[in-house]
Design a protein. Sequence first.
Length: 332
Amino acid sequence: MKRISKFEMEVVLAVVCVLALLVFALAGCSKKQDQKGGTASDSNSPAKTSQKQDMPASPPQAETSAPKGPNSLSHAAGLSTEVNRPAHAPKLWSKKPAKPSARTETGKQHLEAAQVESVDSALKHLDGLTSPDEKIDFISEYTDAHPEAAPVIVNKALDDKNPAVRSAAMESLADKEVPDPEAVALVEKALKDTDEQIRQDAVELCSDISDPKVGKILAQALADPSEDVRAAAISVADEKDKSIRLDVLKQAVTSPYEDVKDSSLSSLIDMSSPQAVDVLITALKDPNPQFHEDVKSAISFLVSQDFETYDQAKKWWDANRNKYDEDLIEKD
C-alpha cells in the first residue's frame, strides 16, 4: 500500500474543514427558514383562524387627517396624528382655551360698576379711568343700565379732553328719554364743543326735544362754522311744529351762509302756508342778486305772482292774503 505523505494529509484535512463549515452554514439557514415558515403556517392554522373569528371586531377608526403647516407636530415628524400615541394620551396640539383678554376683563369691570346704586359712585369710577376706551365702555354700559342717570354721566363726560369720549357720551343719549330741561342744557353745552361731529350730534338730539327753547338752539346752530352742523339744524327744524320751524327759517333767510339761505327756500316752499309767504317776501330785501331771483321764483311758485321789490310784494300780499287758506289754496 502506498504510504500517504504528510502534505497530502494536510490537504485532505483542509478540504474536510471547508466542507464541515459549509454544512454548518446550510443547516443554520435551513433552521431560520423553518422558523419563518412555521410562523406563517401557524397564523393560517385552523386554531388561529378560529381564535380570530371568536374575537369581537374592533370598531373602525375614523380617518383623521394630520394638521398641515410648518408648525404642526405631524408635519415636523412626517407622521399621522395617531402614530405611537396611546389612546389615553392627550392631544398636545389641541387648541388651548383662550385667556380672557384685557378688553374682556375691563368689560366685566364696567358691567360690575354699572350695578352701583349711587350716581356719585359712578362719577368717581369714571374719574378713575385713564384709558379712553375704558371710559367709552363704561359710559355705554352704565347709561344702558341706568338711563335715568345718563344726563349726569354725559354732562361729566363732555368735559373730557378726548373728543372720542365726548362723542360717545352724546351717542349714548340715543333712545334715552331725557327730560327736556336736562336735554336742552346738554345740547347747549355740546354746541360749544370744538369738535364738529359733537356739535352735529347735539343738533340732531334736538329732534327729541319739544321745549320751545329748541327753536333758539337751532337758530344758533345756523351760524355754526360747519356746513354739516348748519344743514342738520335746517333738517331738524323741518321736523318741528310750524311755530318753531318759522322762527328758525326767519333766521335762515338772513344768514350770511348761502347754503343756509338756499335750504331755507326749499323748506318755505315745502311749508306752503301764508306764514311762509310772509318770510319769503321779507327775503326780497336780500342784496344778493342771485338769491333775490331765487326768492322771486319761490313766491311765484306759491301764489302765481311775480314781484320785483319787497314793497311791491308786500302791498299786494296785504291786499290778497285773506283770499288764501292755510294751505295757500284760493278760497271760493
